[in-house]
Design a protein around this ligand. Sequence first.
Ligand code: ZN
Length: 199
Amino acid sequence: MQALIKQLLAELGEDPTREGLVNTPKRVEKALKFLTSGYDANIDEVLNGALFTVDYNEMVIVKDVDFYSLCEHHLLPFFGKCHVAYIPTTKVIGLSKIPRLVDVFSRRLQVQERLTNQIANTILDTIQPLGVAVVMEATHLCMSMRGVEKQNSVAVTSAMLGTFRSNPKTRSEFLELIKLRATSVRETSASVDFACIND
Ligand SMILES: [Zn+2]
């Protein structure tokens, strides 16, 4: 990987041997390996020991989870807040594991829509709740740095499963509780285009 990065620096018109860049290939490799370390994570291991049987069927919400991911179209960061809710049947996930789950899927090359769906579907498969909702609000550097959209534009994606899909009251209760900065929410499953402009 380091040889490729050195070559990339040269292709960009840089001198890879100058002082400031001489260790850059090593650093970039290390950074990229960390930023894509989610591929190696085992979801069962991540959640193992943190599933609890409860007699509770009200909405569980974990909001404002920071996440950082890399857009697969441009290899540039997109980052923001993730909000997760579910209504348990018999099992809950330890609260600290929700941010960990978000990290596992964020540390891959991603599109925001797929990331949102993967988090929601994993919770659905793991604890079979009555419903799961995931909303992600993100700034995409591939858009803001290139001036594709206004600097402050935030892409919002959501995955609503089970009761969050079928019951508008449950859904709006959740949306009210997380108080989105953005006004409109994109339904990921119905969308064919991407938050990150595909060019
Ligand atoms: Zn992009």
